[in-house]
Write a protein that binds this ligand. Structure first.
Ligand SMILES: [Fe+2]
Ligand SMILES: [Fe+2]
Length: 210
């Protein structure tokens, strides 16, 4: 595909990510439970909405990062690897959007901002080199996995619907991190990891509410 076609294609996918109209290729994960057991109090519902909005923002950023990293690399195999991970991230995006809608809420109003910021970071990192790009991917996925583990501890125990989604996402993110390592990524230095985690903390704190 020539560059201009790729740019148009990625622009279209980015727009879909921001607008929350992506479609999943896998069905929404579920646990086999009685719906009556899953009723949430108002307070619990508010908390779940906040957490699922944060997860949705994370997936918007994942789209932006993978798109930018795909555009930045000249390695066709690496581009395919990023595309594969991006497809699974699209599932996450659709699942979290659907859960938010079921709960009667909406994705973050700041999604265009999150998307743009992540795209710029992903492209700059990608242009430094493929090894840096893969290392950044591995660290990002580890941090997301860690953050999803925290969500599993924070979600109400009887919110099986959210838990099933977050659990599958967690497994996918761990596989993405491993794929990045297998392709040549290495652990980043402590200051970079710390800076990434401070940025992520700022983003998740705001996205919980807006
Ligand atoms: Fe994801
Ligand atoms: Fe991922």
């Amino acid at each position: 595909m020539v560059l201009i076609d790729r740019l148009i294609n990625e622009f279209d996918r980015g727009l879909q990510a921001i607008l929350g109209i992506t479609r999943a290729t896998r069905p929404v994960p579920t646990f086999d439970t009685n719906p009556a057991d899953m009723l949430l109090s108002l307070q619990e519902k508010r908390h779940v909405i906040g957490l699922m909005r944060v997860n949705h923002v994370g997936e918007v950023c994942a789209q932006a990062l993978y798109q930018a990293q795909k555009l930045a690399t000249k390695d066709i195999l690496l581009r395919d690897a990023f595309a594969h991970a991006q497809l699974e991230e699209e599932d996450h995006l659709a699942w979290t959007a659907e859960r938010l809608s079921t709960l009667g809420s909406h994705p973050s109003l700041l999604n265009p901002l999150w998307y743009t910021g992540a795209f710029i970071i992903g492209f700059c990192v990608g242009k430094i080199g493929d090894k840096t790009s893969l290392s950044f991917m591995a660290e990002t996925e580890w941090q997301v996995e860690n953050h999803l583990n925290n969500h599993l501890e924070s979600l109400p125990l009887h919110d099986y619907e959210s838990r099933a989604i977050v659990n599958q996402m967690r497994l996918d993110e761990a596989a993405h991190a491993q794929a990045a390592l297998d392709s040549g990524g290495v652990e980043l230095s402590w200051p970079i990891r710390k800076a990434m985690s401070v940025c992520a903390k700022m983003m998740t704190t705001i996205a919980y509410y807006i």
